[in-house]
Design a protein around this ligand. Structure first.
Ligand SMILES: NC(=O)c1ccc[n+]([C@@H]2O[C@H](COP(=O)([O-])OP(=O)(O)OC[C@H]3O[C@@H](n4cnc5c(N)ncnc54)[C@H](O)[C@@H]3O)[C@@H](O)[C@H]2O)c1
Length: 253
């Protein structure tokens, strides 16, 4: 899809991978709605790139419906959705204080997996009513999984399960939306230098970066955005989750 002039919705756009994607989309001429729980930080990025910032909890049906409707009122109905909103809590199944919190497990699944589905259903329903573009394409949805979907570490039961769910959604939704001309892909990043990981101690970050075969460092958010733009541009990419990890395969801890 050629993105110039196209309305796009990016979730988690206030920070990290989402902010980099919003910047890349705007630089390519898309009209970008930046959805995030943190409306103030989203507004700062939106101000830089000429986008519109909207407060949104992707895990909540009503909040997402209202934000998607506001985005459509500002820019027209979106053809592009990039799901970047997410959280990455760590908890052992059996910790020092006993069994893990069931609420904490449910929360990460609710935000990372249910939130991704929530946004998909709303943006796909809007794009379904639009005229097809070149090649019969009506829309493209890109979600963010993680290599933890395949190699979750100790302490990542909830996070890895939520991201495996994002991988699992991708093919059946792509199959269903194929008749509408809407493609669905996901990216499974390895380790990227965003606020999500910048809070780790220096020595932990250095050893994590050194574990990446090549290039032996954290990925940059703009490298994630570069892959999203390639997925948008390439009409044959559909139903696939693409690893973006410098050949990293995570160990148990
Ligand atoms: N950084 C990495 O190394 C890495 C690796 C693999 C996967 N990921 C995934 O990439 C995505 C983006 O991560 P990031 O590193 O940019 O993190 P980040 O913390 O920098 O950004 C995440 C954004 O999501 C927003 N958010 C959280 N919950 C939300 C909700 N319920 N509704 C709306 N917005 C919400 C936050 O406010 C924040 O702005 C996440 O899904 C994360 O799991 C990141």
């Amino acid at each position: 899809m050629k993105v110039r002039g196209i309305a796009a919705v990016v979730t988690g756009a206030a920070s990290g991978l989402g902010a980099a994607t919003a910047r890349a989309l705007a630089a390519a001429g898309a009209r970008v709605a930046l959805l995030d729980l943190n409306a103030e930080a989203a507004a700062a990025v939106a101000g830089e790139i000429g986008g519109v910032a909207l407060a949104c909890d992707v895990a909540d049906a009503g909040s997402a419906e209202a934000a998607v409707a506001r985005a459509a009122a500002e820019h027209g109905v979106a053809r592009i959705l990039v799901n970047c909103a997410g959280i990455c809590p760590a908890a052992k199944v059996v910790g020092r204080d006993g069994p893990a919190s069931l609420d904490a497990f449910a929360r990460v699944v609710q935000i990372n997996l249910v939130g991704t589905f929530n946004m998909m259903r709303l943006v796909a329903a809007g794009a379904a009513g639009l005229e097809p573009l070149e090649g019969g394409e009506r829309g493209v949805i890109v979600s963010t999984a993680s290599i933890a979907a395949y190699e979750g570490q100790i302490g990542q039961a909830g996070y890895a399960a939520s991201k495996a769910g994002v991988v699992g959604l991708t093919l059946p939704v792509a199959r269903e939306l194929a008749s509408l001309g809407i493609r669905v892909c996901a990216v499974a990043p390895g380790m990227f230098a965003t606020p999500m990981v910048q809070g780790l101690p220096d020595e932990v970050r250095a050893s994590l970066g050194a574990a990446v075969p090549f290039p032996s460092r954290f990925g940059r958010p703009d490298e994630y955005a570069q892959l999203v733009m390639a997925i948008l541009a390439n009409p044959m990419l559909n139903g696939e989750t693409i690893r973006l990890d410098g050949a990293l395969r995570m160990q148990a801890r």
